[in-house]
Design a protein around this ligand. Structure first.
Ligand code: NAD
Ligand code: DAU
Length: 336
């Protein structure tokens, strides 16, 4: 298979590429990434420097029609997985425009280019946030739940999901959509809850909890989400949506207490701060369809995954420092 991944230098894309390279050494993987603040080409440098890895990096934007078309045709791409996105809810509240540009218009652009190039399989990676929010006693989201996005981020993702649906219905474009809950694991940018709390706890700084900390997220170890995307790529039906989750619902406060206990940090660091506007109360995923049709099951328990994740951050201090200082960008400049 000749596979185009977009956004592969981000958190989930990096984990996905390493996992696919290990599981399918015969695949040729092409990674198109714009290298925003969240994209770190260095994550995959060892594959780039190994000429037998089958991995190729391409610097570019999914909104660039000419570039995407030439990548699809020149590299004879068979299938596409679209991870590229602006992914952070708080940033979308500050400035929604880049979210609409990449997450909605960029997704439409790459689907259009893939349609013209006759691509036979396209996986669009979406999120549980398109469903909106659940109350404490509501049943978990199924794929039939209406899309009721509450943040500019989730609205921009929902826009792409609707366009993907239209591309299937109108053109029979072979797109499947994945919707997953909150991922955690190695290489996550430290603006997201778990790496942010790790960083601050290590530094003895205050741990900012939005509102009263009672908001609930369903946590999935990143490799399990990657397996869901892989199964969708290999077995997913065109025009279908597949939910993925980790069966690990926790309030933010519970999660931060667990982190503090594992790190041996101090509970008095917990600080309640102003709530996120439009803050979704609860996400929970019903992934019975993926279990039935794709054979998906989350393999890593939260207990196991959070320890692996913390160990990774503890062993990769330089990665965190570089990402925070932006020094990987200086390294990047030497490459061009
Ligand atoms: P991330 O922010 O860590 O990485 C995003 C990557 O996309 C970066 O490498 C960035 O450089 C690249 N990118 C951004 N704009 C681009 C553009 N216009 N063209 C090409 N590349 C571009 O994000 P992530 O957490 O790895 O999320 C990946 C995907 O998974 C996103 O689509 C996100 O909506 C979805 N998702 C994330 C989670 C989660 O918990 N993180 C859960 C469900 C779904
Ligand atoms: O559910 C899937 C989504 O999960 C993905 O689609 C998004 O790309 C990803 O960013 C993530 O969104 P969240 O908003 O749920 O993740 P975040 O890590 O930003 O926040 C998790 C919860 O923790 C949320 O309820 C807000 C809260 N929070 C977050 C931060 C950064 C805090 O209380 N304090 C913080 O400092």
């Amino acid at each position: 298979m000749r596979l185009l991944i977009t956004g592969g230098c981000g958190f989930i894309g990096t984990n996905f590429i390493y996992l696919m390279q290990e599981r399918h050494p015969d695949w040729k993987i092409f990674n198109l990434d714009k290298l925003t603040y969240a994209g770190n080409r260095k994550n995959l440098l060892k594959l780039e420097q190994d000429e037998n890895s089958g991995y190729t990096f391409i610097h570019g934007d999914i909104c660039d029609k000419k570039l995407v078309t030439s990548v699809l045709n020149d590299h004879k791409i068979d299938a596409v997985v679209n991870f590229a996105a602006e992914s952070h809810v708080d940033r979308s509240i500050n400035d929604p425009a880049p979210f609409l540009t990449t997450n909605t218009l960029g997704a439409q652009n790459i689907m259009e280019c893939a349609r013209s190039a006759g691509i036979e399989k396209f996986v669009h990676v979406s999120t549980d946030e398109v469903y909106g929010t659940l109350g404490p006693d509501d049943p978990a989201f199924t794929e039939a739940h209406p899309m009721e996005p509450n943040s500019p981020y989730s609205a921009s993702k929902a826009g792409a999901d609707l366009m993907a649906r239209a591309y299937f219905e109108t053109y029979k474009f072979p797109v499947s959509i994945t919707r997953c809950s909150n991922n955690y694991g190695p290489y996550q940018f430290p603006e997201k809850l778990i790496p942010l709390m790790f960083l601050k706890a290590q530094a003895g700084e205050k741990l900012p909890i939005y509102g009263d900390g009672s908001n609930i997220r369903d946590w999935i170890y990143v490799d399990d989400h990657c397996t869901g995307v892989e199964l969708t790529l290999l077995k997913g039906q065109p025009g279908k949506v597949y939910n993925f989750g980790g069966a690990a619902e926790k309030t933010n406060l519970e999660l931060v207490h667990e982190l503090i206990a594992i790190l041996g940090s101090d509970e008095s660091l917990i600080t309640y701060v102003k709530d996120r506007p439009g803050h979704d109360m609860r996400y929970a995923m019903n992934y019975a369809l993926a279990e039935k049709e794709l054979g998906f099951t989350p393999a890593v328990t939260f207990n196991e995954g959070i320890r692996k994740t913390i160990k990774w951050y503890q062993n990769n201090g330089p990665w965190l420092e570089e990402v925070l200082s932006g020094s990987y960008r200086e390294f990047m400049d030497q490459w061009y």
